[in-house]
Design a protein around this ligand. Sequence first.
Ligand code: ADP
Ligand code: F6P
Length: 500
Amino acid sequence: MSLLEAPLVVASNRGPVTFDRDDLGGLDARRGAGGLVTALIGAMQRVDGLWVAAASSDTDRELAAGLDGGRVDMERFGADYRVRLLDIPPERYDAYYNRISNGILWFVHHYLWDTVRQPIFDDEVDEAWNEYVAVNRRFAEALAEEADRSPTPPAFLVQDYHLTLVPRFLRELRPDAFIAHFSHTAIAGLTYMRILPGRVREGILRGMLGADVLGFHSQMWAENFLMSARSLPGVRADLARSRLSVEGRQVAVRIHPISIDAVGLRQEAAGPEVTALRRELNRWRGDTRLILRVDRLELTKNIVRGFQAYALFLRTHPEWHRRVRFLALLSPSRMDVPDYLTYGEECVAEAQRVNTEFGDEEWQPVEVRVRDDYLGALAAYGISDVLLVNPIYDGMNLVAMEGPLLNRRAGVLVLSRNAGAYWRLGKHALAVNPFDLRETADALYRALEMPREERIRRARGLSRLVLSNPAERWVRTQLEDLERARIRRRTPSPEPAARA
Ligand code: ADP
Ligand code: F6P
């Protein structure tokens, strides 16, 4: 049977929803935060698959310990797939998620360290790494169990930097498994990757190389991975075909930009709740133009520099005072990582500085709302004039797609060249170097002053591009890759010549 029809098993740290009990003891499902969940919910909508994820609430853990091994049918929540929750002891989870995944791997891939002082690797990091290994092993075992329960071999789609070791462990357990791994983050270049201790660096690269196919959102990240992987002893690279060979196996490196569920999103945005929120926001903004940003409260999103650039714009263009407002919708994220707490305070303080310098009783130039407010974000997308997406580095950035898709005012997208989304959307956006305040301030000015025809042309170009890449394609293209890998396995080709 072709893998295009094979049962699908997805694994990610964060599941599509977190479960809670309502007052009557029934199950409530809260949507998980972040781009991976948004994209995968869209991609899985029409696929009858199983999604394996770590339990994250008390109710999740209760379900994970239940009779059906943590399996929950999502049909009652209007979805076609099932979820399987894995219960991981809290201390182990803390080391794997906070210390290693978000404290080290996220930092390296987004170039977040101030390397004069950080990072320092010591015995504690070594111990946390052992927990990361243990959690990855637990996921691999769960996936191997799913292979045993499945009447035909499944296609495994393993997600992101939390689970880099799963492909290798699963390969050890089920050598014939068909495994794709996808990175939703940016990927560090060869020399920055060398900051990591050898055991960690080799571990994650060789772990990923256990897959048949490795996917990335953009060419920049795929190239960075290839450069690091081919520097490992015993790994040979065929750069022309974007393939690596290791331990007698072939690993394809592919670029599959993820997208959003445009139909579902538009339906949600047309609903009564979002309509009411849009009305409220319109009243709040009055007759000012609206600059919007929508982000997890996240170090990579470059929120502080965004406010600094806005301040520079206001300083340079007093004629815009009182005619513009900046709304920042920030969803709290990873609050157990100390840098995120500090950064949240810095964001709010920077916004206050702008308000103190330029605002008065009648005009508050910036408003920051720190809460998880997905529907509020959908409402705000509809009415903004400028959407600022200026991450330092970003694997993809779905906000850059959601905004243009829902916008009703021919809004302009100001987009960092270091976001994966730039690769596809850049030509219709105003591009900025995220570190360059002057360039960002000028882009805000240009966006606000842009003639209507140009705004319409760019806005149409953006939504056309988003619509031309439906969310389901992302799953389908990975299954096609896996199917090619399956055929290759049956007819082994000669090893690629070493070009490293
Ligand atoms: P990341 O993967 O780093 O979280 P993305 O831009 O790819 O970044 O995806 C972020 C997702 O989280 C989007 O679907 C966006 O709508 C959602 N989101 C961002 N900010 C908020 C917020 N303040 N409240 C609710 N959802 C948000
Ligand atoms: O899209 C990148 C990503 O890191 C996902 O892996 C993750 O689920 C999302 O951002 C949000 O982060 P977290 O799961 O740590 O809240």
